[in-house]
Design a protein around this ligand. Sequence first.
Ligand SMILES: [Zn+2]
Ligand SMILES: [Zn+2]
Length: 285
Amino acid sequence: MVVKDLKFRILIDNTSNAGLLTEHGFALWVECDDKIILFDTGQNTDNSGILFKNAEALGCDLAKVDMLVLSHGHYDHTGSISEFLAINPTVSVVCHPQALLAQRYSIYPDKAPRQIAMPEKHRLAIQSLPDEQVRLLSEAEHLFPGVGFSGAIPRKHQQEDTGGPFFLDEAKITPDLIHDDISMWFETEQGLVILTGCCHSGLINTVQHIQSVTREQKIAGIIGGLHLNRASEQRLQVTCDALTDWQPEFIIPCHCTGEVAIDFLKAYLAEKIIDGGSGLIKKVC
Ligand SMILES: [Zn+2]
Ligand SMILES: [Zn+2]
């Protein structure tokens, strides 16, 4: 079954062409047939209330959200959850179980470890919801007809370096492989629309995984963070080649894609790329 109506509004992104608030984070409002999905909630570490202010500016009533889906459990995608649950206490919450990990760090050489897990108050707010309100999913499945949750994404592609300075402990003993990084898909008449959060699993791995679980090859569009900000030129080229093969009608790189990567993609696929940013509205169908 395909979705008939699909519209995205970017509530939070690193930039904005619409004069809305920005931060290093991501949140997307999805209108899909008769459902409203909130995908991530941004960062809000400065307590600016960015999610609520931008939602109001875009005419999005957060109390009407049917389902909150978390792309993964990093702080820049999970701020404001407890405040959001206060105004929408019955919303369903869906994420991979490891999105609720309490300890996870990014540790760069010669820098102090930085805690980047979902802030504790938001984790506790989810954990205190009734069991039937929270779905912790490791595998791919449909959330609504034509709307899918990827589950953990296998890291198969040789050229996609999906590592990073991520650890589960400050002593750098256990790498954090970010298995909770999931994407969503929407089945439309034009093909699959893929929605990524940070895409820590790599775009090619993500798309190929979703193509395999849906048995649909056609990619109609891609929106979200592509995590290419430290990618080698070789990886950027391989990603560009894959996008050229898939021939999506639109690509909306957001959040952690990185300016260098966006310029690289534009050099090959300029007519397909739409700049993301807080306030962007994209009606797909
Ligand atoms: Zn992340
Ligand atoms: Zn991120």
